[in-house]
Design a protein around this ligand. Structure first.
Ligand code: NIG
Ligand code: FE
Length: 382
């Protein structure tokens, strides 16, 4: 295979806690992995040379929470919300109906568009959930579509109880035949633990069944109000509790002591006009924080990690460094990956060259397309 030398990097944010920021740096990628990092001008020879011209290079973003397999459009719901209609979990059913009615080829094509949008904005690893099928066949189909794009596939049969269905019957389906059909296509299991979706006991039962089937656990917790989601996530050793907008003191303590990552999704607060999660409280308690888009047609239809970084800095009082760390290293922790979200020898050569001298510009210049080049496993994808 080939090697690529990235030289003249004005600022290299590595995401590696050992050497997080280097100035005037160079990086060599070989066979898809980072092979060497050091001072500009001192790198070993490579087959191809890319001059960063003093620009900033960062790891590819790790978007650890996205719902990309769906059909339909909920822009009218968004417009109504901006005129005062509150967000509710019930909107999920609109997308379920549209998704069931779409063909597999359409779902694949739509997912490809969103994955390409993400890549153009610097995302090189994305987690993709099912959750808009809610039948055995429709959930399996969604996961097969997702698996064409990522290894980080998540079974979210427990997104909401479908219409005209008894909740107990549905939990039996989700933990039985649907799990059997979906587990071979999934790495993770997720539950929307919320009033109007699944309660704490149901969440524990569903996640436990998934864990017994070999899946890792993650939870939608505390999005619309305080609830038992974070406690159950910590009790079961989930990789991540996501949203974390409404947390009790005990939740914060449990996240800190269990090491469960708190994944914050500020696109959802933006698009539902809700108060943002208290990132400072989590960081102050020593919780590992990740940032992700939650890209979905209802609560957060953005595919942009730079937008989420800008929101985190402006609205959640994260520093630019904390935000870029949460969007790279934090996302990787939320997926229990140590080969992505970081640039160090041996890691996957996933990197983003910004049209800027520093990652600070991601928040300083919101809405500006600063992503100049994106490389994934040593190949240029944008
Ligand atoms: O993470 N909260 C549950 N699921 C999505 C919203 C899904 C929808 O509204 O379609 C979320 O915000
Ligand atoms: Fe979500």
């Amino acid at each position: 295979m080939t090697s690529v030398l990235f030289d003249g990097i004005g600022l290299l944010y590595t995401g590696d806690p050992e050497a997080e920021e280097l100035t005037d740096a160079a990086l060599v990628a070989q066979d898809g992995l980072v092979a060497w990092i050091g001072p500009a001008g001192e790198a070993p020879d490579a087959d191809q040379r890319v001059d960063a011209g003093g620009r900033c290079v960062i790891p590819g973003f790790v978007d650890s929470h996205a719902h990309l397999v769906f059909a339909g459009d909920r822009s009218a719901e968004f417009a109504a919300r901006m005129s005062g209609v509150p967000y509710s979990a019930g909107g999920i059913r609109t997308t379920v109906a549209a998704t069931r009615g779409a063909g597999a080829a359409e779902l694949t094509a739509r997912t490809a568009v969103l994955v390409a949008e993400m890549a153009a904005q610097g995302t090189t690893t994305v987690e993709i959930k099912s959750g808009y099928g809610l039948t055995v066949e429709d959930e399996r189909r969604a996961l097969r579509v997702a698996a064409d794009f990522t290894a980080e596939t998540t079974y979210l049969g427990a997104h909401v109880v479908p219409p005209d269905t008894d909740p107990d019957d549905y939990v039996r389906l989700v933990t039985g035949p649907m799990l059997d059909a979906c587990a071979p296509h999934a790495r993770w299991i997720d539950v929307f633990c919320e009033r109007g979706a699944f309660d704490g006991d149901q969440t524990r039962e569903i996640l436990s069944a998934g864990i017994a089937a070999g899946l890792g656990a993650r939870v939608h917790a505390g999005q619309l109000g305080e609830g038992p989601g974070v406690a159950v996530a910590c009790e079961l050793g989930a990789a991540s509790a996501d949203h974390c907008t409404h947390l009790s003191a005990a939740d914060v303590e449990a996240l800190a002591s269990s090491g469960v990552v708190a994944t914050l999704l500020p696109g959802a607060e933006f698009s539902t006009r809700s108060p943002y999660p208290d990132a400072r409280r989590l960081l102050g308690a020593g919780v590992t924080v990740a940032l992700a888009t939650d890209c979905n047609p209802g609560s957060s239809f953005t595919s942009s990690m730079p937008f989420c970084i800008a929101l985190a800095v402006r609205e959640m009082r994260m520093t630019p460094l904390e935000a870029v760390r949460a969007a790279t290293y934090g996302g990787a922790r939320a997926l229990r990956r140590d080969d992505v979200g970081v640039l160090r020898p041996g890691a996957r050569a996933d990197l983003v060259m910004l049209d800027a001298s520093s990652y600070i510009h991601l928040a300083y210049r919101p809405g500006v397309p600063l992503v100049r080049q994106v490389w994934q496993a040593g190949q240029r994808i944008f």
